[in-house]
Write a protein that binds this ligand. Structure first.
Ligand SMILES: [Zn+2]
Length: 193
């Protein structure tokens, strides 16, 4: 688990494809009022790149209801963006995970490589420990893991449960698993950069 994962373009291509699928599902589902959804995506300039971003990565999928009198916005869950956080979701998850245990030194190297301050990393740790664990999603999903996932060492304690042959795939699985927290309904809006 190191910088190599964040340099692997396969990770971002897969994350982007996954978000396109999540957007297509949201669009096909339509608005809760029964109305059709129109595209209303918005630009995101995520920080933390150590590789060249694939085309289209800087746009978050979002929709607006076409019905007059509703116009409700629907933003599908995302494997690329952890809510309004300014850094890539993959970066926030991996660097915070490395911070635990024997990987602390590597986390510091990686943090410097992506240009994040020590304070930013501290905020990410707090987010995983206090905000993520309080989301409706995690309160329900934590019961799926036996033995229990330690909340104090999240997201490392969750990442180690995804057993894949390649490290980048494990990171993908983690981001895919927690997508419900990236929307207002399943997560929390009190996220910080
Ligand atoms: Zn509607």
């Amino acid at each position: 688990m190191c910088l190599k994962i964040l340099e692997d373009s396969r990770l971002y291509v897969l994350l982007l494809k996954c978000d396109e699928d999540l957007a297509a599902i949201a669009r096909a589902t339509g608005c809760s009022c029964g109305g059709a959804l129109h595209s209303a995506g918005y630009g995101r300039k995520p920080r933390g790149w150590v590789a060249a971003p694939p085309d289209g990565y800087d746009r978050r999928h979002s929709f607006c209801c076409a019905e007059d009198g509703c116009r409700k916005r629907t933003t599908p869950p995302s494997v690329r963006f952890l809510g309004p956080k300014v850094y890539l979701g993959a970066v926030v998850a991996l660097v915070t995970a490395l911070r635990h245990g024997a990987n602390a030194r590597r986390a510091a190297e990686l943090r410097r490589a992506i240009g994040a301050s020590r304070r930013t990393l501290a905020r990410w740790r707090t987010w995983w420990r206090e905000v993520f664990t309080a989301t409706p999603f995690w309160r329900a999903a934590r019961a799926l893991w036996v033995p229990a996932v330690s909340p104090a060492t999240l997201p490392a304690s969750l990442l180690e449960r995804f057993v894949e042959c390649e490290a980048w795939m494990r990171l993908f699985r983690l981001l895919d698993f927690i997508t419900p927290v990236t929307t207002r309904s399943g997560g929390s809006n009190s996220m910080v950069g």
